[in-house]
Design a protein around this ligand. Structure first.
Ligand SMILES: [Mn+2]
Length: 300
């Protein structure tokens, strides 16, 4: 076990690095090289965020499959990679999560530029701004220049939480819960009628709340894109809200690479500078993920 010598590093940082560096197995590397034959197209850059390693929600094996199929010159880890909040409460570190860290470290050793922009769940790493560990550069924010010369601001996005109102977890309510609310509504109102109370629509109330949650997403996207424009960038790449998206907002390109808990998505840059949002669960060779098995609670 090796640990960082920096005294101020909190336990989760030390433990995560120790877990990653302590169990390197050469047979893994060989297997990985076999999987990474040159028939995979090489991407100029890959952006992933919100892996939430250290939580049961992290879809680590799907992520490993994605990484194997997407070798790149640069890899941006756009925050909430290791979930220090959850690990502090309960230690959860299965082999697949270790494999992800190994995979990233190995990629850095093989000449891929790996940039880690910490998020709010791994904010312990923000104190290492400007340092590098095992070939991974840590920056509070970064700028990526595409092959066609666009400057993209790379941030996690949590700093924009303060300017946004609303119950964001409601954005993750599914249809099932909505249908359940309609049934609950009928029972609630027959009970209210017996008590002589007027009709009150639970579903209307929830619909209103879901609408304000969706407004939260739009407000977040606009706030991030506006700030990128004010700073003179042509676009922005962020994560945090677990909502993959790529669109122009008032002339500024807004890219959210999504997450590896719910949406299993990433942003990739092709050799010619073209950006693409990859939805991994939609790939034929990837395992189908049952979204109902994932807790609807937001981890943004
Ligand atoms: Mn976050």
């Amino acid at each position: 076990m090796r640990a960082l010598s920096t005294g101020s590093a909190i336990m989760t940082a030390r433990a995560a690095v120790a877990a990653a560096s302590g169990a390197f197995r050469p047979d893994d590397a060989t297997q990985d090289e076999l999987n990474e034959k040159s028939d995979s197209p090489r991407y100029r850059a890959v952006f992933i965020s919100d892996l939430h390693l250290g939580t049961p929600g992290c879809q680590a094996s799907a992520l490993l499959d994605f990484l194997r199929a997407h070798p790149s010159e640069s890899l941006y880890l756009v925050g909430d990679i290791i979930d220090g909040w959850q690990l502090r409460r309960r230690w959860f570190w299965p082999q697949a999560h270790n494999d992800v860290v190994q995979k990233v470290l190995r990629r850095a050793r093989k000449g891929c530029r790996v940039v880690f922009v910490p998020g709010n769940h791994d904010e312990f790493a923000r104190q290492f701004d400007g340092h590098h560990f095992g070939g991974i550069e840590v920056h509070k924010e970064a700028v990526h220049t595409t092959a066609d010369g666009r400057h993209l601001w790379v941030i996690h996005g949590d700093h924009f939480d303060g300017v946004i109102q609303g119950a964001k977890w409601l954005a993750y309510l599914g249809d099932n819960l909505y249908e359940f609310s309609l049934r609950l509504n009928r029972h609630l109102n027959s009970w209210r009628a017996r008590l002589g109370l007027p009709y009150w629509s639970l579903s209307q109330y929830l619909k209103h709340r879901v609408k304000s949650a969706l407004n939260y997403v739009t407000d977040f996207e606009r706030a991030v894109a506006n700030e990128a424009r004010h700073r003179g960038y042509q676009g922005v790449v962020c994560g945090h809200i677990h909502r993959p998206e790529m669109r122009s907002i008032d002339g500024t390109l807004y890219c959210n690479d999504g997450d590896w808990v719910e949406s299993l998505s990433a942003l990739v840059e092709h050799a010619d500078g073209r950006l693409e949002l990859v939805h991994w669960h939609a790939q034929a060779h990837a395992p189908v993920v049952d979204s109902s098995a994932v807790e609807p609670v937001s981890m943004a």
